[in-house]
Design a binder for this molecule. Structure first.
Ligand code: COA
Length: 235
């Protein structure tokens, strides 16, 4: 970001939360952020939403009815504008580190992580969902599954019984995580992948779209194909 903004520029009319109501900040204003907003709106918990995004071209734009009010450096102004919660709204294919950095920035600003639970998701009573996690439409989480903080369970994925999904991980649309699987923190599971029961996916590992994973995948590894094979990462 070039040049700090003055506080009066940040106090755009749409930015403060009306007294007596609560507001939630969505970090990122792209496609995934709009899906997260859709889930949050369905919860009817917050009265005001703003996006913060690093793309200066988006600043001041209305997206799905909410303004892009600045970038993540503006988190420091959130409290005095009446915002109490934030959620990470960026996706990031194969790399969850930027999501982790934004989550820590939101916490450092003194905000509470908002948890997005779309009403069309089906969560077993004994499942545990961490703070700041987004559970999107059509997701199924079965008994005794434990989902960490700042996780994305994307549209229509299935997390079976007794799974453990680590903090900041992402499970992409339509992926199927069978019983007792462990997914490490910061791991990325591609769309439509199938993780066979009991496998362990290491920290920061990347599973390609459509992969069928039959064996453990080490920390930081990248596995693609049917059956999934570990191949060197190019980035
Ligand atoms: C695995 C992935 C992250 C790409 O990783 P990458 O290291 O950048 O891989 P590249 O695109 O450079 O491809 C490297 C090789 O892997 C192959 N490959 C990439 N993704 C693959 C996949 N999902 N299945 C099989 N092979 C794949 C490429 O064809 C290429 O093969 P080659 O070396 O023979 O040419 C990506 O392809 C993927 O599957 N992303 C998931 C997308 C998704 O689920 N999005 C959901 C958004 S909500």
């Amino acid at each position: 970001m070039t040049g700090r903004k003055q506080a009066d520029q940040i106090d755009a009319p749409q930015w403060p939360v009306p007294p007596g109501t609560s507001g939630c900040i969505i970090l990122g204003a792209g496609g995934h952020a709009r899906v997260v907003l859709d889930a949050l709106l369905a919860q009817s918990r917050w009265s005001r939403f703003v996006f913060l995004d690093r793309d200066p071209a988006l600043r001041g734009r209305m997206i799905s009815g909410a303004p892009v009010a600045g970038d993540d450096d503006d988190l420091v102004h959130a409290g005095r504008n009446g915002f109490t919660h934030f959620i990470v709204g960026i996706g990031g294919i194969g790399d969850n580190a930027p999501r982790l950095a934004l989550f820590e920035k939101g916490l450092a600003a003194g905000l509470e992580p908002a948890t997005a639970l779309h009403p069309a998701a089906r969560l077993a009573a004994s499942s545990v969902i961490g703070d700041g996690t987004a559970v999107l439409a059509g997701v199924v989480v079965n008994p005794d599954a434990t989902i960490g903080r700042n996780v994305v369970l994307n549209t229509g994925c299935i997390v079976e019984h007794d799974c453990r999904i680590g903090d900041h991980a992402q499970v992409s649309p339509g992926a199927i995580v069978l019983g007792g699987v462990s997914v490490g923190r910061l791991a990325y599971i591609g769309a439509g992948a199938v993780l066979i029961q009991g496998v362990r996916i290491g920290e920061g590992a990347v599973i390609g779209a459509g992969a069928v994973v039959l064996a453990d995948v080490p920390d930081g590894a990248r596995a693609v194909g049917v059956p999934a094979m570990c191949t060197p990462r190019r980035r």
